[in-house]
Structure formats: structure tokens, C-alpha cells
Design a protein around this ligand. Structure first.
Ligand code: SIN
Length: 304
């Protein structure tokens, strides 16, 4: 009998633990032209804010050794166009949908969350309190335990389904922020968003990103993310979705052993949009070889 890949977070059941990371598959339309989204555990949308955001002018991505620096600036269609233009497509997909929500103020988070209540395809929301690339909002809410708790609690008051808080690595103690998110009423955590970084052109002496700083993602940050998942797993009770440098099934296993219940694949999608399909296939093979009945048997099983 094939091993069971199903996993559950806050009562929501996923066909497998492989999700797309926010911002790396837009609203799913392009990926669905390559393979049915039912192959994914979940599709996580690009952040949705109250108003349309054009984001930063290009260049807003730069490749670095083992990684990608981005300063997109939360470019997105805004909640009105999301509900009108993107939701009809998402409603037809046979996968779970997690809507990532961004705001410049707590009131903005609240308004977007409350409007998503009527959107039945939003199985969960992921609160983006960790974007390093905007002057207002983003990481500002996720680097202070008090503001984290306040923002999550405000969203919790209005949104009726489970809430995931997406945490920043650019903090002194991610476990402290995780506990604040739990206090505020979060049901799960996504760990981690990108690591602040920059790069300079040595001929022009100008930064390579218009925003100067960006967020580093990809294999270069995997060890950092794993250590943060491990720390939060030991100090906080909420289920964890691991993010950072996942390119193959071995990365997924590392995250699960350190305590993640599921993972998100981000930067790898730009190299190979089909990476999740290969990961799912190889994960099944690994579980069979190890004689495991369910992928959940790996969670937190690292031998210390
Ligand atoms: C961006 O849009 O600049 C990246 C989003 C994020 O890091 O949360």
C-alpha cells in the first residue's frame, strides 16, 4: 500500500505537505497551464492588500550564489480585483487555497481579512507580517512581539477560518514572535520569510536592486530556516509550515524531521515549475523505502 501523504493543519486537510510559497506562483493561473493544481497540497497566493500595488520599479530581482534577492514591494492586484478576477479561477481548482494578506496598517489587514470571509475558496489566510521590502507595514508588524500579537488578534476577530502567521527571520528571537502570534490567536506559523540582503554592481557602484535591500531566498537560506523551525517547534505549540530553499524531497524530509508539518516551495519554482511533482513522487518512494505508513510519522523525529 502506498504511504499516506495527507497532513492536517488547524483542521484543514491537505492531500500532501507540498505548497507553493507566496509570490512564486502568482494566483495559480500560469502554473495550472503546466499541471493540475490538485497535485499540490495547497496554492498560496501572492500577498493581497486593500489597494492595487504596482510594487517597486525594476530591477527587483537579482540572482546570487545559491539564492535569489527580491524586492518586489508587494505588487498585487488588490482585494477588489482579486475577488472579481482571480477568485472565479481559484474556486474551480481542486486544491486547498491559502490567501496571503498584507497591509500597511492593522485596519488594512482587518478589512482584507473580513472581505475574504465571503470567499469560500480561501481555506486559510497567511498573514504577511514579515515582508522586508516595504516602508510601511510588512516586517514592521512581525519584528515586535506586541505588534505581532495585536495584528494577529485583529485579524482573528474578523476572519472565521484558520490563520497562519508568516514570520520574519530578521529578528532576535523568532520563538518569542511565534509565541506572540499564538497569543494573538494564530492557528499555524509559516517559517521563514526572506533574509534581508543586498548586492552592488562593481562597475557602476550602484545597488543592483532599485530598493537597495531585498529579501534573500533559495538554498542559501535553508540552514537558517531549518534552525528557526527547530527552535520554534521546541518552544511553541503551533503547527509549522517550513519555508526556505526547498528544491527536492530531501529538503522536505529535513524540515519535517525538525518539526514542520508541511512546507512551501518558492524559489525552486523559477528554476523548475514542476519541482512539486517530482518532490511528491520522490517523497512517496522514500516513505516506502523507510517502511513508513504516513508522512506525518517524520514530524519532529530528528534524533538529538
Ligand atoms: C515582496 O513583495 O517584496 C516580497 C514579499 C515578501 O517578502 O513578503
Amino acid at each position: 500500500m502506498p504511504a499516506d501523504l495527507k497532513c492536517k493543519i488547524a483542521g484543514v486537510e491537505f492531500a500532501n505537505p507540498i505548497m507553493t510559497a507566496s509570490g512564486c506562483a502568482g494566483y495559480g493561473e500560469e502554473l495550472a497551464q503546466i499541471y493540475p493544481l490538485s497535485n499540490l497540497g495547497a496554492l498560496v497566493t501572492k500577498s493581497i492588500s486593500l489597494k492595487v500595488r504596482p510594487g517597486h520599479p525594476p530591477p527587483r530581482t537579482v540572482e546570487t550564489p545559491g539564492g535569489l534577492l527580491n524586492a518586489i514591494g508587494l505588487a498585487n492586484v488588490g482585494i477588489d480585483r482579486f475577488l472579481k478576477e482571480k477568485v472565479p479561477f481559484l474556486e474551480k481548482q481542486k486544491t486547498k487555497v491559502i490567501v496571503n494578506v498584507a497591509g500597511s496598517t492593522i485596519d488594512e489587514y482587518v478589512e482584507v481579512c473580513s472581505r475574504l470571509n465571503d470567499c469560500s475558496c480561501a481555506d486559510m489566510i497567511e498573514l504577511n507580517i514579515s515582508c522586508p521590502n516595504v516602508n510601511e507595514g510588512g516586517i514592521e508588524f512581525g519584528t515586535s512581539p506586541k505588534l505581532t500579537e495585536k495584528t494577529v488578534a485583529a485579524a482573528r476577530k474578523v476572519f472565521k477560518r484558520p490563520i497562519i502567521a508568516k514570520l520574519a527571520p530578521n529578528v532576535t528571537s523568532i520563538a518569542e514572535i511565534a509565541n506572540a502570534a499564538e497569543q494573538g490567536g494564530a492557528d499555524a506559523l509559516s517559517i521563514i520569510n526572506s533574509v534581508i540582503g543586498t548586492a552592488v554592481d562593481i562597475d557602476s557602484w550602484q545597488p543592483l536592486l532599485t530598493n537597495i535591500n531585498g529579501g534573500l531566498t533559495g538554498p542559501a537560506i535553508k540552514p537558517i530556516a531549518l534552525a528557526m523551525v527547530s527552535s520554534v517547534y521546541r518552544k511553541c505549540n503551533l503547527p509549522i509550515i517550513g519555508i526556505g530553499g526547498i528544491t527536492d524531497y530531501k529538503d522536505v524530509i529535513e524540515y519535517l524531521l525538525y518539526g514542520a508539518t508541511a512546507v512551501q516551495v518558492g524559489t525552486a519554482l523559477f528554476v523548475d515549475p514542476s519541482a512539486p511533482l517530482k518532490i511528491v513522487k520522490d517523497l512517496k518512494k522514500y516513505l516506502k523505502e523507510k517502511k513508513l505508513k504516513s508522512v506525518t510519522e517524520l514530524i519532529g523525529k530528528v534524533r538529538r
